[in-house]
Design a binder for this molecule. Structure first.
Ligand SMILES: Nc1ncnc2c1ncn2[C@@H]1O[C@H](COP(=O)(O)OP(=O)(O)OP(=O)(O)O)[C@@H](O)[C@H]1O
Ligand SMILES: [Mg+2]
Length: 334
């Protein structure tokens, strides 16, 4: 029998859960293509490691941007590779549940399901990321009690208020943790005339990035290439200057939580004071983001147990009981 699969096809990371096995794949959403013949050379961390170290005709692609499919052909190749690595063949056609951003357009919806079907899935169903995340975080979503989950990914930020098994209110922004990396890159270019790569910008975010002042902040030393002279140069970055540099994307994230809460019916908003707001997604690990959201909403904020796996674990629960869970799938609720 085919192993049914749940896939979190994220802007930054792709995870796959196989029925009765658990997570079988977790890789960055990157593929390396030979531009001359469009051959796929590698995916995931192997492809990532090729960036900047390969001849010019070998190019690494991130098929998703801002949670949206930018290139249907490349996405399809990646889905095909993912399913192959998860053991899908011509004789083994699984049913697949894919987690997608809730703001996905009908065209993108079709593109994703089509990509899965062409890659060998016998059935492809979609579920919104925050709904999957809430299931993965074991929130009591089927009860008449409000739960709120905030998923900050690489390309999207989504806040959902859930009750009685459904989404009551949702705020989705196509702004994510990659936009913080961009802001850091731009700031360092503007302020110090220094060119740094996106991976360096991401490391700066991890080490000195923050959404609010936190105890024990350290500085970061960064090496880059001075654009004017082309010479290597080192600068020292202070936490407050990075905080200021990333304020724009961070405030979009925080404001969307505030605005979702503002639309909540009073009873459900009241429930959140006891249950708290749950943070998931890699981007939610930004230092001080929890205290900042808590401060601006007046509601306690909790980090989910496995923030980067929550979404695929939730979709995995649906895959364990595919037919019974059909009501949760996106098309079934339209
Ligand atoms: N400790 C950390 N501090 C800040 N950011 C982090 C940390 N760890 C991971 N991230 C960021 O989290 C992002 C990846 O998160 P995640 O895997 O949840 O995204 P995704 O699900 O692929 O994206 P999306 O849901 O938007 O499609 C990356 O941008 C990464 O830099
Ligand atoms: Mg995600």
């Amino acid at each position: 029998m085919a192993r049914d699969l749940a896939i979190d096809l994220g802007t930054a990371n792709t995870l796959v859960y196989a029925r009765s096995e658990g997570i079988v794949l977790a890789e960055p959403s990157v593929i390396a293509l030979n531009e001359n013949n469009r051959e796929v050379l590698a995916m995931g961390s192997d492809a990532w490691n090729m960036i900047g170290r390969t001849p010019a005709h070998i190019v690494a692609h991130r098929p998703l941007r801002k949670g949206a499919i930018t290139d249907f052909d490349i996405t399809q190749r990646m889905v095909r590779l993912i399913l192959k690595r998860a053991g899908v063949s011509r004789f083994n056609k699984p049913r697949v549940v894919i987690c997608v951003p809730s703001a996905i357009t009908p065209v993108e919806r079709r593109a994703v399901t089509e990509a899965c079907r062409r890659a060998g899935a016998s059935d492809a169903q979609l579920i919104e990321q925050p709904l999957a995340a809430a299931i993965g975080a074991n929130l009591p979503i089927s009860e008449a009690f409000g739960s709120m989950v905030v998923d900050i990914g690489g390309g999207t930020s989504e806040t959902a208020l859930l009750s009685l098994g459904g989404i009551v209110e949702i705020e989705a922004k196509r702004v994510g943790s990659f936009d913080i990396d961009d802001a850091i890159q731009n700031y360092i270019r503007r302020e110090y005339g220094l060119a740094i790569g996106e991976r360096t910008a991401e490391e700066i975010k991890w080490t000195v990035g923050s959404a609010a002042e936190t105890p024990g902040e350290g500085r970061a030393e960064v090496r880059g290439r001075e654009m004017f002279t082309g010479m290597p140069k080192t600068v020292v970055l202070q936490p407050y200057e990075i905080r200021t540099a990333i304020e724009e994307p961070v405030s979009v994230m925080v404001d969307s939580v505030v605005s979702c809460l503002g639309k909540a019916p009073p009873e459900l908003a009241q429930d959140l004071l006891t249950s708290g707001i749950y943070l998931v997604g890699g981007g939610s690990l930004l230092r001080g983001l929890d205290s900042r959201i808590s401060q601006e909403t007046g509601v306690p904020v909790v980090h989910a147990e496995s923030p980067m796996e929550c979404v695929v674990l939730g979709a995995g629960q649906l895959v364990e009981d595919f037919d019974a869970m059909r009501a949760m799938f996106m098309e079934a609720r339209r």
